[in-house]
Structure formats: structure tokens, C-alpha cells
Design a protein around this ligand. Sequence first.
Ligand code: BGC
Length: 512
Amino acid sequence: MNEVKWLDSAVFYEIYPQSFKDSNGDGIGDFNGIIEKLDYIKDLGCTAIWMNPCFDSPFLDAGYDVRDYYKAAPRYGTNDDLKHLFGEVHKRGMHILLDLVPGHTSWEHEWFRQSCKAAPNPYTDRYIWTDNTWEAPEGMNALIGISERVGACGVNFFSHQPALNYGYYRPDKPWQQSMDSPGAKATLEAMKDVMRFWLNAGCDGFRVDMAHSLVKHDEDSKGTIALWQDVRAFLDREFPDAAMVSEWGEPDRSLQGGFHMDFLLHFGPSHYNDLFRCEHPFFGGGGDASEFVKAYTANREKSGGKGLMCIPSGNHDMTRLAKYIHGGRRKIAFAFLLSMPGAPFIYYGDEIGMRYVEGLYSVEGGYERTGSRSPMQWDDTPNAGFGTSPADKLYIPLDQSPDRPTVRSAQADPDSLLNEIKKLTAVRAAHPALQSRGDIEFVYCVKNEYPLAYVRKDGGEAILVILNPSDREVSFPFTEALGKSIYTYGAPAAQANGSVTVKPQTAGWYLI
Ligand code: BGC
């Protein structure tokens, strides 16, 4: 498998396209708006972009319900506009991943319309159908009573997202197809065609939605891993430079499947939420990081020490970081995110502390996620500089607080989170030990205690990271001499008698 070198030093920025920048005043973000802001993203120190789904869709799940994989959603622009975006990204030496949704389509997809017909056709087996209208596929919700054909169709997430058929690992009912049945194989080939189309158009790879979910009745993921290995072989043959990042949450499995990196998720066993989003988060100053570190270390070991796990500041499915972590502690959280192995992902707006907007009605299937998807706040002009539409045309209302953060005010304040993140990304860029592939060894992490300390290493370089978001001065045993500090927030650490002491609410990266 090709290693895709640029991932080694990548820092990603997640763009939720509908909410980033509206260039034509229709109340919804678009590709040309993103192009206007690429220099901003680059200036932040981000080298790559993950853009949420931007394909034709009825938008009942924000575009995770694709109606046509080959067509850019007109509200964002044309396919040519999207290609232009790829070109502008590349011109700046950056890369861009599209969001591939291989598990399900919209119920408005033409494949599904054909699949609903009683007369057999090439799409009859494109989705998971039972042979009895009253029997849903076990373990799944289903669409029933919507088709001419007899049967119920399984859905993966919302009811309007029929599940594509990649087969069952061990079929045990007449209607369950095996992974090598013609229908399941045709689905996989169709998805490879989609990938081929966009890679040829110039994207650099994919973030893959629900990558773990494709083969059914596959408890150990053996079938799904084999399926992704098949995709990997196709990519190695045709697009060896394509980067693949999975929404899976089990790196020991996804990396075997040929993904370069896997996300740590806010659901599942990673304890990621212990750090940022729970009643007492570690970076809130009164929590515990030890369960996270245990799970993280186990994952690294299980995935052969590769450690290519992406830790996001947030994403379009989570409550915003700013709801739980306040003030200078956000800087300490970013000193963590930007010093961990794997590629960090910054969710748009987190760099200025954008807030979770409470009390919004659900928009486009967002439900409680809607509050984390509000328009980006650029400046103090109308609509916070997001776009020129009348305020009531904004597809999600803005944060109405009079003191809402903006990019303009953050840029003007030398002490802002934004300016701190710029320092952090610049130091990370200068030190391979801090980047995706450097080793990590946790040197201090005790249940309910502070600080968290670890050493990152690569080649001849070793860097000690110390994070103390608590309100206490704390110490930990460390005998190696601390060298030059390459980053500090707050007072620097002091070393005496085999122990290192750090002041409340501080972070530091030290050469050792
Ligand atoms: C995406 C969600 C989406 C779901 C269904 C996820 O994991 O991140 O936003 O609703 O998949 O496609």
C-alpha cells in the first residue's frame, strides 16, 4: 500500500459546505465561497481539507443521503466549480478529501427507484431486500409498503437511507446474498466507479462514512475488512496516491482494511468524550484522561503501533467543543490535539471558539446536531460576513449572542485561540516528532490526576508534552533534563530533584 506522504504532516480542516461561506447570497454556503477562504485555512496552518458531502441530494440528512453520486449539489455549484475548487486547493499546496457515503443512498436515488420495481432489472439486488413485505432484515429498520416489489428494504440510519447491498458475511436466509453474489459485487464495482470519477476529477481521496457498516452480519468485520482490501487493491492499481480516512472507530480493523487513518469517535469505545465532552471533561480542568489513554494505547498496540488515529476537535455530529471547554483551557486542548499522532482535524469555527447554538429547530436532519452547524462567523458585517442574503434566508440561523466570536476579532487579538492555534500548527510543522507518524509514550497519566505528559519521538528528536488544564500546581516524576521549550502557554515548567512542576492552566512542549 502506498503511504501517501502528505498525510505525515497533514493538519485537516473540516468544512461543512452549507455553513462556511455563501458567495451568491442565497443563504447557503458554496464552492466559490470556500475558494474565497482557502487562504484563511492555509494561514491557520492547515494543509488539507475534509469537505462533507457535496453531491446532489434531497438533503434530509445534510447530504449523507445522496441522490446522484456524479453530480455536485446545484446549491454548491457545478461539477466544474468543484473541479475549480480542487485546483485552487492544489495551487496552495493543500489537499482535499471528499466525503464518500458508500453504505446507503437517498430513497430518491435512481438506483433505488429501479430497485423498487417488481420486474427484475440491473438494480434489483442493489439494496438489501427481504422476500417478505412484513419481514424487516434482522437488526435493521426497514422501509415497507413503498415498493411494487414484494419485500422490505433495510435502512442504515434514517428511514430515507436504504442500505446498499454488499452482501452478508454468512447468509442464512434465502434473500440474504453472499459477498460474492453478482448483486453485491455489482454494488462494490458501482462504488469504485464513483471513486474513480472523483479521483479523476482531482480530489485527493475520501473520508468514508460509516465504513464499518457495509457487510451485514459481520460481527468481527472480517467481510468488511476484505471488502476494503479489495478497494485498496483497486486504488493501488489506479490511484496509488489516494488517501483514505475511515469513520470506523476501530483502527485495528480499519487499518487492516487498507485505510491510512481512522477517526477516534465520540461514540464507541475510545473514551474520546472523557477529554472534551462529558460532565467533567479532562480539558475542562476536573476530569480524567486515564481511560482514554488506556484505550488509545491498546488501539495503537492492536494496530501494530502505527497509531494513525485522527483526533478531531469536533465534527458536524458532535456538540461544539466550546460548550464544555472554556477560556485558556481551549488552548491547552489544542496543544493536545496538535501534538498527538495521526492527523488532527479542526472542525470549522472551533478555532475561534464558535458556540453550540441552543434551541434551534432541526434543519436538514440535524436534530440536536443543528446547533453545531450554524453559519461561520467571519466578521461584524451583516450575517457575520457569511453571506449577503436577508437574515431570514440563512438556512440555519446564526449564533445571536452579541459577543459571538468572529474571525476578524480573533485575528486582531494576539491572545486569541486562533492566534494560539497558528503558533501550534507552525511548531508542529517544524517538528516531525510531533506529526502523524512520530512515536508516543505516555510518561504521566494517573486516574483523576493532572498533568497529562507524553513524549513524542521521531528520528533523533524527542519532545515532552505537558498539559495541565487544572487549577492546581502539579508535579510528576521526570528525570531527563528538559531542554529548550518550543511552545508554552502560561508559565514554563520547573524541574528539580527528579520531578517537573507546572503551574495551573499551562501547556508546554519541550525538547528533551
Ligand atoms: C455522518 C452523519 C450521518 C450518518 C449517516 C455519519 O456517521 O457523519 O452526519 O448522519 O453517517 O450517513
